[in-house]
Write a protein that binds this ligand. Structure first.
Ligand code: PEP
Ligand code: MN
Length: 279
């Protein structure tokens, strides 16, 4: 038997027993069983020009949702920290220009208030997955939340984090696997694709995969995105950039808009085959 603290409560609202399958609709995107959502955009909003350019490219490539960080949780305080509120204003313009809904990260109470106002989906990043104060606040927001897996979080801890959101009344929770810390350094993190199955066995919440932050390596993003959909994920989130050498954040993991355009129809085909397999 796995270790279990007898004082711990299991997730209830996030559990499969609570309901069969959640379906979350944002604009034209449907996060749920047998759906395919492609989220794409730059890791960070760097300027209005860069964001509009990449937003239009994401739309043309067939993406359903635009991503881009305005508040960046960076390992080093000397790295680009994001444009903040100005970044959110730029994302709003990108939404108006493309019609794509926007997902962007909130890192604290103030940014959560702004992100909830400007964006269509609030992202809680890996580093804040167990920031219970922030989770409680995000649970009171009337926007869907994309909850990324903490880099050392068990499936149980991740579902418990989702439970915080659900417990506060927000039933629009989407999970995102983004890799866990491993002993090996050939990739940035270790993409845990079995997490898709492990989550689906225990929870009704939709789950997507971020192969960009997981691998950290451009050459691995497209194959791992394909594998994620083959494993049954409801979608993928990928970083794109047209000048990755100049990117202010995570350039080495950004694929080109052209690569994204080739990838989307392939993912569509894989999703169709997987859905057929599920009967
Ligand atoms: C991101 O998606 O921009 C990000 C910082 O991801 P993570 O929280 O998974 O590291
Ligand atoms: Mn990043």
């Amino acid at each position: 038997m796995p270790y279990r603290d007898s004082s711990e409560n299991s997730p209830v609202l996030a559990a499969r027993e609570a309901k069969p399958c959640s379906e979350i609709r944002v604009g034209g995107a449907i996060f749920g069983p047998r759906s395919l959502v492609v989220i794409a955009g730059p890791c960070a909003v760097e300027s209005e020009e860069q964001t509009l350019r990449l937003a239009l490219a994401a739309k043309a490539a067939g993406a359903h949702v635009l991503r881009g960080g305005a508040f960046k949780p960076r390992t080093s305080p000397y790295s680009f920290q994001g444009l903040g509120l100005e970044g959110l204003r730029i994302l709003k313009k990108a939404r108006e220009a493309t019609g794509l809904p926007v997902v962007t990260e909130a890192v604290d109470s103030q940014s959560l208030e702004w992100v909830a106002e400007y964006a269509d989906i609030v992202q809680i990043g890996a580093r804040n997955m167990q920031n219970f104060t922030l989770l409680r606040e995000a649970g009171r927001v009337r926007k869907p939340v994309l909850l990324k897996r903490g880099m050392s979080a068990t499936i149980e801890e991740w579902l418990q984090a989702a439970e915080y959101l659900l417990h506060q009344g927000n039933d629009q929770v989407i999970l995102c696997e983004r890799g866990v810390r491993s002993f090996d350094n050939s990739t940035r993190y270790l993409l845990d694709l079995s997490a898709v199955l492990a989550v689906q066995a225990r929870s009704h919440l939709p789950i997507i995969v971020d192969p960009s932050h997981a691998t950290g390596r451009r050459a691995m993003v497209v194959p791992m995105a394909r594998a994620a959909i083959a494993a049954g994920a409801s979608g993928v989130m990928v970083d794109i950039h047209d000048q990755p050498e100049q990117a202010l954040c995570d350039g080495p993991q950004a694929i080109s808009p052209q690569d994204l355009a080739s990838l989307v129809p392939v993912l569509r085909r894989i999703a169709d085959v997987s859905a057929g397999g599920q009967g």
